[in-house]
Design a protein around this ligand. Sequence first.
Ligand SMILES: [Zn+2]
Length: 248
Amino acid sequence: MIYNLIIAQYAQTGTHISGSNLMIYGIFIFFALLSWIIQRILKSKFKKYSEIAMPNGMTGKDVAEKMLRENGINDVKVQHIGGQLTDHYNPATKIVNLSDEVYLSNSIAAAAVAAHECGHAVQHATSYPFLNMRSKMVPSVSFASKWMQWILLAGIFTISSFPQLMIAGIVLFALTTLFSFVTLPVEINASRRAVTWLSNAGITNNSTYPMATDALRWAAYTYVVAALSSLATLVYYILIFLGGRGRN
Ligand SMILES: [Zn+2]
């Protein structure tokens, strides 16, 4: 990504660095730094809450199965999956996949993650509109992610002779930006369902509830930063396009 941006910069201005270019670099450095800081805080929060056991001793698997059952969902399975941070709900197979650190752990972090993934299963069962929209976007977004960098790169060099190529690249990039914004309500809503259920079902108490909420809140911030950073990059490509065209 950064490589592309530097090439774009060079193609656009030669070696000259203007004030507005510095501002653009500043914005990218800001997002990179912000994302790094939030990841660090998220990791430390999860590490901390992974070491605090749930008073009732329930594992991630227990929490997930109970939450599905109490939401009237009987056709979704809870399975163990290898790796770290690999937890996810798969709507195609109707499986809540929980990682090593969640499935068998009875920590607060494990309960929060398990309930969050079941939040997605509840969204699926109740046809939550943003989840439907997100699922429909997946095939085109994976196509876009695969090709957009190459198309944008080629588009930057052919901007004066064949501007359509860069427009195509920008459209593909915009699709991935839209996808990151559609992801926001899906993730935030899943976490809200998770903490509400954890509290109502009496899984968390007055001391563990704020911890579960805190862990999931920081996870949500990472999605917010990713979406904003994608939007900034999109605007940047549009500015390059307008600048490149303006010089002809
Ligand atoms: Zn999620």
